[in-house]
Design a protein. Sequence first.
Length: 173
Amino acid sequence: MHKAAFPCDDPLEAKSIRLAVALRGRLSNLSDRPLCGPALRARQTAEILGLHATVSETLRDQDYGVWTGRTLPELEAEQPGVLQAWASDPLFAPPGGESIKDLCNRATAFLSDMAMMPGTTVAVTHGPLVRAAILCVLDAPVLSFWRIDTPPLSCTEFSFDGRRWALRLGVTT
C-alpha cells in the first residue's frame, strides 16, 4: 500500500532492498525451513536475505481481486464507501478477491500446518498475512486487523509449545 494502491506483482523498491541487505544473514541460520510467498517481492526478499526459500502459495499476499493495481482514490471515486465497507466488514471481499476473514482462515491453516512440523520456519510474506497470523495467535477479533502495523522487513516471531502459539515481542534478529 506504499503507493496508495493495491499491490501488483511488483519488484522490491530501493528502500526495501536496503532494509533486506541490512538484515541479510541474520535469519538464514535460524531456519530449518525457509519459505516465501510467490510474489516477486517476497522471492526477491528471501534471496537478498540469503534464504534458499521454498515458495508457498499459502504465504501469498491478500487477494485483492479486481482491485489489484488500482489506487484508493480511484476506487473511492468510482464506488463511494467501498473502502469503508472493506475496512469495517471482515466478510467483505473485493470482487474476485479475499476477505479479511478468509485471510485470517488462511493464516490459521498455515499456523496449524507449521505446528505439526519440527524445527524452525522463517516465512517471508506480506503484512496482511502477518497481521492475520497475529490475530489468530492472540485469538483477537478480526476487526483488530486494522490496528496492527507491519512495516516492510519487520520480523514477527511466533513460538509453539506443543499446545498453543504465542507471539514473542521485542524480537531482535
